[in-house]
Write a protein that binds this ligand. Structure first.
Ligand code: NAD
Length: 489
């Protein structure tokens, strides 16, 4: 970039002990819809993480001794401040991530606000257990206390949404945190830091260290004074984190990838099922861990389904994320776009049929977006179950449709992957819906709907999709240490 160009770049700073601090080196962050570098993100390492952990440790005694009500009021204030700036946050998230402005306005930022409000409320309503042993003259009760400094590591697909889903419960419970957002999507976390003081969050309670996973993330995972790590990201990184944290016996919460099936029986209400399954396949460019990527359709309705599904998918408009009429924005990076495209090529090489999207339909982009990382919603049929397209997480706007005959068969095929995050079942037979839901190896099962969440209930995956759950009670348990106390009278 020229001097004039580099002057215009947005430069982020770490937020440590309540202050913004510059870093000695930076990494570039791209605008996915133009392909231009537009932001520089601190390339933090051990030194920066050390300073942040020190600040978090120093803030812990005061923060952890505040009452839940005091913490709750601060979380609510922070929610109000983010909501007040919702439009600015949404614009920033869309520019930084490539997602459509509509998605950022209606999903990402409202949910970030809600995360703080939700945990501000739920922290007031926990009760601990108590049992009596009259014959021994004893009562037992449990007490819960915050653990200490929590390390929070989040991915690029739902940046502020997923980061606040960790920060809110961690600090509501009285922990202090060091957070590391994805180096590709750091801007909204940095914007949130600017609001912390006004919300009344004391210095050192929330520290944000920006940088890459290999440097900043790993320094956090390896820090001896960070006893718990909450991580959302890929299964591969989770394996590395597990390995690196093992010598310290850290408490881990791991929210990982998925290869989520939708199972569509011949008695499904297709007028609901088709638009919802198009959405579950392509929302946020397919870059949601809960997105559908394997669609099993009962043979009797297979050809009708395919015809209507492809017609619906073609209605989704790929274009400039800042255009409110766009349904699909840009993918996160050039490398990721290449990776997703390669899956489509592999499917074709294996003899599968690409029914719409990549390589089949023309992609018309506005002049300013020619170098952006765009791809059309792509539907592939006749893919073999053992194909990488049916086994690996693609994490882009690509979905595979295959036929099945029986309930027994489809359960086995749906379970035949290493992941187990989310599944969707479509049928109007209530008995079948229950039977199938019980037998699917999946942390979440939606029947006749998708992405309807009650944050009170456990969220998380089985098998390679994760360890642990998040939710009102689950996050409370993860972010606190329990003690059983016995009193003899
Ligand atoms: P990723 O694993 O590459 O990165 C996630 C985070 O971990 C980033 O902040 C990254 O910098 C950091 N990181 C990378 N290497 C690290 C290391 N060695 N030590 C510590 N930190 C490290 O994942 P991604 O590509 O950013 O995100 C996409 C993945 O996230 C997909 O697999 C998706 O399914 C998953 N995901 C899961 C959920 C869920 O709730 N289960 C939600 C969203 C995304």
């Amino acid at each position: 970039p020229t001097m004039a160009h580099s002057k215009a770049l947005l430069v982020l700073e770490n937020f440590i002990g309540g202050k913004f601090v510059p870093c000695s080196s930076y990494v570039d962050s791209y605008n996915p819809s133009t392909g231009d570098v537009y932001c520089r993100v601190p390339d933090s390492g051990r030194e920066e993480v050390e300073a942040a952990v020190k600040a978090a440790k120093a803030a812990f005694p005061i923060w952890s001794s505040k009452s839940p009500l005091e913490r709750s009021q601060i979380l609510n204030k922070l929610a109000d401040l983010i909501e007040h700036d919702l439009e600015a946050f949404a614009q920033a998230e869309s520019k930084d991530q490539g997602k459509t402005i509509t998605f950022a306005r209606t999903v990402d930022i409202p949910r970030a606000v809600h995360n703080f409000r939700f945990f501000a409320s739920s922290i007031l309503h926990h009760v601990t257990e108590c049992t009596e042993m009259p014959a021994m003259g004893c009562v037992h009760y449990t007490s819960r206390a915050p653990v200490g400094v929590a390390g929070l590591i989040s991915p690029w697909n739902l940046p502020l949404y997923l980061l606040t889903w960790k920060i809110a419960p961690a600090i509501a419970c009285g922990n202090t945190v060091v957070a590391k957002p994805s180096e590709m999507t750091s801007v909204t976390a940095w914007m949130m830091c600017k609001l912390l003081e006004k919300a009344g969050v004391p210095p050192g309670v929330v520290n944000v260290v920006f940088g890459t996973g290999a440097k900043a993330g790993e320094a956090l995972v390896c820090h001896p004074d960070v006893p718990l790590i909450s991580f959302t990201g890929s299964t591969l990184t989770a394996q590395r984190i597990t390995e690196k944290s093992a010598p310290h016996c850290k408490r881990l919460s791991l929210e990982l990838g998925g290869k989520n099936p939708a199972i569509i029986f011949d008695d499904a209400d297709l007028s609901q099922c088709i638009p919802t399954t198009v959405r579950s396949s392509f929302a946020n460019q397919g870059e949601i861990c809960l997105c559908t990527s394997r669609i099993f359709v009962q043979r009797g309705i297979y050809s009708e389904f395919l015809k209507r599904f492809v017609a619906e998918a073609k209605k989704w408009k790929t274009g400039n994320p800042s255009d409110p009429t766009s349904d699909v924005g840009a993918l996160i990076s050039k490398e990721h776009l290449e990776k997703v495209r390669n899956y489509v090529k592999k499917a074709q090489a294996e003899g599968a049929r690409v029914l719409c999207g990549e390589g089949v339909d023309p992609l018309a982009l506005p002049p300013g977006n020619q170098k952006g990382y765009f791809m059309l919603p792509t539907v592939i049929a006749e893919v073999k179950d053992e194909s990488c397209c049916m086994q690996e997480e693609i994490f882009g706007p690509v979905t595979c449709v295959v036929a099945f005959d029986t309930e027994e068969e489809v359960i086995e095929r749906a379970n035949g992957v290493k992941y187990g995050l989310a599944a969707t079942v479509w049928s109007s037979n209530v008995g079948r819906v229950h039977r199938v839901a019980h037998r699917l190896q999946s942390g979440l099962v939606w029947t006749n709907c998708w992405l309807v969440r009650d944050l009170n209930l456990p969220f998380g995956g089985m098998k390679a999709s994760g360890i642990g759950r998040e939710g009102a009670k689950d996050s409370y348990e993860f972010f606190t240490e329990v003690k059983t106390i016995t009193i003899k009278h």
